[in-house]
Design a protein around this ligand. Structure first.
Ligand SMILES: Nc1ncnc2c1ncn2[C@@H]1O[C@H](COP(=O)(O)OP(=O)(O)OP(=O)(O)O)[C@@H](O)[C@H]1O
Length: 210
């Protein structure tokens, strides 16, 4: 079936030697969790999907998203959103300007401002548009990073240990928020984690590499 994210016989080689092999499908609105020891190639797999595979690696197989073959496309055309462990915001820009980076070009200034305000309200951050990212808590930064990514209207979401920098209570909250938003948009989600609780909370299939 064309829907969702397909990794068809994907093999990644490092300096010519096989590193990982994976053949799987993530349906819209579901989460596939990838676990495995450090260095096995989990982050490398995500970089292959977003189109930033370092030159030491070779990729074989196919990655398809909603029926489109991703590998020939440049990163900016792949429509894949990613969140990392550190919710990296541009420190010299306001929260609103950070969010504007996620927005497609076009629309009036007022329309863009409305989209930004609506996104902030969706995650309980009304009135935060003019704030300096440095003044936000870890959980607030994670929310802004989530909305910046979602404003770019991705068709799939990749998560690379995105909750591991947060303390336990916050981790649970942010995790639920990310999964809820992904589910509401019927996005296929591929999550890399070391944490069994993340995998349990995701509730989907778990693939163990290595
Ligand atoms: N840019 C790079 N150039 C060459 N080798 C790299 C590069 N990035 C990572 N590696 C190597 O590729 C292998 C896979 O790394 P990767 O970061 O994908 O592992 P991982 O499973 O995500 O590990 P961790 O759980 O520690 O994050 C490791 O041996 C790593 O040292």
């Amino acid at each position: 079936m064309a829907n969702g994210l397909h990794l068809d016989q994907v093999r990644i080689l490092k300096d010519g030697a096989p590193l990982i092999e994976i053949d799987t499908h993530v349906a819209p609105g579901s989460v596939l969790t990838i676990m495995g020891p450090s260095g096995v190639g989990k982050s490398t797999l995500l970089s292959a999907i977003i189109g930033t595979l370092p030159p030491a690696f070779d990729l074989q197989g196919h990655v398809r998203l909603e029926g489109r073959d991703l590998l020939p496309l440049p990163p900016e055309d792949r429509c894949v959103g990613i969140l990392f462990q550190d919710a990296l915001l541009f420190p010299h820009l306001s929260v609103g300007a950070n969010l504007a980076f996620g927005l497609a070009q076009g629309g009036t200034r007022a329309e863009r401002r409305t989209q930004i305000d609506t996104a902030l309200a969706e995650v309980g951050l009304e009135g935060f548009a003019d704030r300096d990212p440095e003044t936000l808590s870890g959980g607030q930064r994670a929310r802004v990073a989530l909305m910046r990514m979602l404003l770019s209207e991705p068709k799939a979401l990749l998560l690379d240990e995105p909750f591991s920098g947060l303390d336990a209570a916050l981790r649970e909250q942010v995790r639920a928020l990310v999964f809820d938003h992904a589910n509401a948009r019927a996005l296929p989600v591929l999550m890399v984690t070391h944490d069994q609780e993340d995998a349990d909370a995701a509730g989907g299939e778990v693939v163990r590499l290595g």
